[in-house]
Design a protein around this ligand. Structure first.
Ligand SMILES: C[S@@+](CC[C@H](N)C(=O)[O-])C[C@H]1O[C@@H](n2cnc3c(N)ncnc32)[C@H](O)[C@@H]1O
Length: 280
């Protein structure tokens, strides 16, 4: 069952607060997130702005019979944009660490023989090297403690093109959002341990373009690295103005001066496209 916010089809829920490090248990703690993925996958809710943008970025790259892997796919909702953008047969594999989301993906595409879903971590993908023509991974790497472990693994299974959407700017920040309990009245520190570190947190990391390019320079067979700011979204689909006052999520992404802003953090959302040397 979709909630009333999901029916509005925009960012409809409070972002879940996983414990550190991000675990499947933490993501599954937010079942409504899966409902939204499912609604998007089945066309009951609109395509996400980043899903439309990712499909656009793959124009000229996805060809008939291509094998596409979507890592951190949720319930495969990006496939809707891919199908609209590429009206020819291609194989789609969705993988995600959260079993509940994968189960909903299987339900949404139960009758589609060119779709498969697998529960897996981005840091340990159960696929052979270079087994997918195109690998995509959107809106996940910022939430992981290590961006390099994930990039190394994504690149390992990529045959031709890797497309990542994450926060890339001109400085590197390690940002931890620390969830607060409703009540703070005990003696024990509710947020931080004795070492000053948060007891639980949710990462929103930003990496500099220099750092990402440096890291990819150490990867084998990298022919080309393209990093482009993602400004290709409809602010009305994200902005607070689009919500009725009584249904506004308090964790909404807003747009200020053309930038997406989450709480106090300006988000340099970017697409990273890495191409493998043709001969390799
Ligand atoms: C912010 S959601 C993004 C989902 C989708 N890609 C999108 O852009 O709407 C993050 C997704 O990553 C998954 N995830 C989190 N940690 C993961 C990991 N280590 N390996 C694979 N998937 C992970 C979560 O279960 C969740 O579906």
């Amino acid at each position: 069952m979709m909630g009333s916010r999901a029916r509005h089809g925009r960012l409809p829920i409070r972002f879940p607060f996983p414990v550190m490090p991000l675990s499947s248990k933490a993501w599954s703690a937010a079942p409504s997130y899966g409902e939204v993925f499912y609604a998007r996958a089945t066309g009951q809710a609109p395509e996400m702005e980043s899903s439309k943008a990712a499909a656009k970025k793959l124009r000229g790259i996805v060809v008939p019979q291509a094998r596409i892997l979507d890592v951190g796919c949720g319930s495969g909702h990006y496939l809707r944009s891919l199908r609209r953008e590429f009206p020819f047969p291609f194989f789609y594999e969705g993988s995600d660490i959260t079993p509940e989301y994968i189960a909903l993906g299987k339900k949404a595409y139960a009758n589609d023989p060119l779709v498969r879903f697998t529960v897996a971590s981005v840091e340990e993908l159960p696929y052979e090297p270079k087994s997918f023509d195109v690998v995509m991974c959107c809106n996940i790497l910022l939430h992981l403690p290590s961006v390099t472990n994930a990039l190394r693994e994504l690149w390992r299974v990529t045959r031709s093109t890797l497309l990542v959407r994450t926060q890339i700017g001109n400085s590197t920040f390690r940002i931890k959002q620390v969830p607060e309990p409703d009540v703070m009245n005990g003696k024990e520190d509710p947020l931080f341990g004795a070492d000053g570190e948060p007891k639980t947190c949710h990462y929103y990391n930003i990496y500099s373009e220099r750092y990402i390019r440096w890291f990819l320079g150490s990867m084998p067979d990298v022919e080309d690295v393209l990093i482009e700011r993602d400004m290709d979204y409809d602010p009305r689909a994200l902005g607070a103005g689009a919500w009725p006052e009584d249904a506004k999520p308090d964790d909404l992404t807003e747009v200020m001066g053309g930038w997406q802003v989450h709480k106090y953090i300006l988000q340099p959302w970017s697409f990273l496209r890495v191409t493998r040397t043709i001969a390799s």
